[in-house]
Design a protein around this ligand. Structure first.
Ligand code: PRP
Length: 179
């Protein structure tokens, strides 16, 4: 596989290609549209990883909505979560009384979302739901239900479509596993 975006790095395999991603995002958009018949909807992206998915997803949702972001990052730049989440940006948008849809690229241990959900719940949103493009179903950390899931993900280190390894590969238009 020779993709100039990779800078010579080898991938193991493409897990979800562009067509599969586009089809699933359209499906998720339709599900979300149908799930919110009324009320203010705030789509809240968890940066950085969600930025590509969020950009596609909001364009597949056929109803009024607002967009804002939360920055949550786990410490370290290795391949595994370090077990500690920090909040680097807190949204200025009011959450109270709104349907809040938290958008993630991937749930792995669930630690990131567990922390963020706890924080945002205290702001009295009308509802708080999670949409993740990929779910590894690997962790015990998240007790909160994940309402919208793009795909169950294999237990491999995945990059692309927003997902990075040491800040590389976020711009791949497909999702792949690294060697
Ligand atoms: C990644 C990913 C999720 C989180 C998932 O973020 O985007 O937010 O890890 O792992 P968890 O379920 O084990 O918490 P990361 O902290 O690497 O930051 P990034 O979004 O800036 O890539």
């Amino acid at each position: 596989m020779t993709d100039p975006r990779l800078g010579g790095r080898q991938l193991r395999r493409v897990v979800f290609d562009q067509q599969a991603i586009a089809r699933r995002v359209e499906g998720l958009g339709a599900e979300i549209t149908a799930s919110y018949p009324s009320g203010d909807l705030l789509v809240l992206g968890l940066l950085k990883g969600s930025f590509v998915f969020l950009a596609d997803l909001v364009r597949a949702i056929a109803r009024p909505l607002e967009v804002d972001f939360v920055v949550a990052a786990s410490y370290g730049s290795g391949k595994t979560s370090s077990g500690s989440v920090r909040l680097a940006y807190d949204p200025a948008t009011l959450l109270e009384g709104k349907h809040v849809l938290l958008v993630e690229d991937i749930v792995d241990s669930g630690l990131t979302l567990a922390t963020i959900v706890q924080l945002l719940s205290a702001r009295r949103p009308r509802s708080l739901e999670i949409c993740t493009f990929l779910h590894k179903r690997a962790g015990e950390q998240l007790r909160y239900p994940v309402r919208f899931v793009g795909f169950d993900a294999p237990n491999e280190f995945l990059v692309g479509y927003g997902l990075d390894h040491a800040e590389n590969f976020r711009h791949l238009p497909y999702i792949a596993s690294l060697q």
